[in-house]
Write a new protein. Structure first.
Length: 420
């Protein structure tokens, strides 16, 4: 049976203040879902509502189509385990005894611990990297060590759903990654459903299958990380500008904080900028220029390229060509039109081959014939991105000789544009 967890029109309030308002969601068996949002958005409250710790004033939470408050606590604990944000250790139990408590939902009253209980407990401790602490008292542990012990106790329950409230908050970077990699492994190999409140958006982006973005007690977005963690959603929820760049190592993306939102630059509204980019080289400038209020266009980009994806996300004008295809006449005409409209053309470090050299040729022509202003981000080494037998390098040198401004970084390009 698909062990789905559903919330229907949940409203929860403290006193007269709504913390969750009409919130609905569905989490299916085998999902890895992160809950994110600014402080006070209702993340922990949502977790407590779907684990039956809090009872909503309105709405219902269903586990396998059954009201979660009508399920016996012991039966619920066999299916669902919770790692809370804070765990008070008031009694001096050993780490071993603490983790062994996770087996209680599977035992009858007065039943002694079986060999299976002991084996499962040890395995949970080894997975959570706390076996070496087994004889220590829980009251003597650091916050990070204690957190890993509580995770081990939850795993000892052998739940089908594991819910964690800010599980990385007390952990150093090494143990953050260890924990999330463990959860990901259990999710992928054992079908464990993981629901975690996370503060770090990059960790959420890296490990989640789905993300719930909360703000002011409502779901802003719920879905694939790339759909939820957009610069627009983050700006509206966190009031911070970010750049989103592809991560070639993980195959996902990185979220780079830039600055607090200060509103659009009124002078920028009628200033048009055309980017000659590709392969992710334009993501940073697209984000910055778009958020500053400039009219930005790009081209020619192959469909599916990371810069093409970012341009589409920001709804920029793009001259586009089919994936992996050389630039054809139709795309060149669109690009020429965008160049003609532009006040500034920015050439970013892009590998130039015979397929995309026409981009550079059009830019050189716009500078030579029409006097268009051209800014070039110079590569760190001459010829570094030239795969045309020197033709691209020759065009760049010609443009520099004809007045194109060469700058070492996108940041200095931004400063130069700000002085326009």
């Amino acid at each position: 049976m698909n062990l789905s967890l559903e919330a229907h029109q949940i409203t929860f309030r403290y006193a007269q203040e709504n913390v969750l308002e009409g919130l609905s969601l569905e989490i299916n068996q085998g999902d890895f879902v992160s809950i994110i949002g600014p402080n006070g958005s209702g993340k922990s409250t949502l977790l407590k509502n779907i684990t039956a710790e809090f009872s909503p004033q309105e709405g219902v939470v269903l586990l396998e189509n059954q009201d979660i408050f009508k399920i016996k606590k012991k039966n619920l604990a066999r299916k669902m385990a919770v790692v809370p944000q804070e765990t008070a250790a008031e009694f001096s139990f050993s780490v071993w005894e603490t983790v062994l408590m996770g087996r209680m939902p599977h035992q009858k009253r007065f039943q002694t611990d079986s060999e299976q209980d002991l084996a499962i407990t040890r395995r949970a401790m080894e997975l959570s990297n706390v076996w070496h602490l087994k004889d220590r008292l829980i009251t003597e542990l650091s916050g990070g060590e204690k957190q890993r012990v509580i995770v081990a106790r939850a795993l000892a329950q052998e739940p089908q759903i594991l819910l964690l409230d800010e599980p990385t908050s007390h952990l150093d970077l090494q143990h953050q990654l260890e924990l999330l990699e463990l959860l990901q492994s259990l999710n992928q190999t054992k079908g464990l459903t993981v629901i975690a409140v996370l503060h770090d958006l990059n960790l959420a982006a890296q490990f989640s299958q789905k993300i719930i973005l909360l703000n002011k007690g409502r779901i802003v977005a719920y879905g694939d990380p790339a759909e939820v963690l957009t610069s627009k959603n983050i700006l509206e929820s966190y009031h911070i500008e970010v750049a989103i760049a592809a991560n070639e190592i993980t195959g996902r993306f990185n979220i780079i904080p830039l600055s607090k939102h200060k509103g659009k630059n009124k002078k920028a509204r009628n200033f048009k900028i055309h980017l000659l980019c590709g392969g992710g080289s334009g993501v940073y400038l697209m984000e910055q220029l778009h958020q500053a209020g400039y009219s930005v266009s790009c081209g020619v980009l192959n469909i599916g390229d990371s810069d093409w994806k970012k341009a589409k996300e920001l709804q920029l004008e793009v001259a586009e060509e089919a994936p992996f295809a050389p630039i054809g006449p139709a795309a060149l005409q669109v690009n020429a039109d965008l160049i003609q409209k532009a006040d500034v053309i920015i050439v970013l470090p892009v590998p130039f081959g015979t397929g995309n050299l026409a981009n550079l040729q059009q830019t050189a022509e716009a500078l030579r014939i029409y006097g268009k202003r051209v800014l070039i981000v110079a590569p760190s080494q001459a010829g570094q991105y030239d795969f045309t037998g020197g033709e691209a390098e020759k065009l760049l040198a010609q443009m520099a000789a004809q007045g194109a401004l060469c700058l070492p970084s996108p940041q200095e390009i931004l400063e130069s544009i700000g002085d326009e």
